[in-house]
Design a protein around this ligand. Structure first.
Ligand code: ZN
Length: 66
């Protein structure tokens, strides 16, 4: 198991997720990479995080507000 590769991939995914969130917050449409349905963003004020999900549910991202 190559952990440096794993970390790299994780960081990559994290950056991708932040990029997606940024676009959604700018009002741009982003489609789910799996089902190709539009992603929507919700604000969870209690947990201070954003929830990004598609209708089908195959994408469910949680991003903390920084
Ligand atoms: Zn999906």
């Amino acid at each position: 198991m190559d952990f440096s590769q794993l970390n790299k991939k994780f960081a990559q995914n994290f950056n991708d997720q932040k990029a997606i969130l940024k676009k959604l917050l700018q009002g741009k449409a982003v489609n789910c990479t799996s089902c190709n349905k539009p992603l929507s963003v919700k604000l969870n004020e209690k947990e201070a995080e954003f929830l990004v999900s598609c209708k089908t549910g195959c994408t469910q991202l949680t991003l903390e507000i920084d």
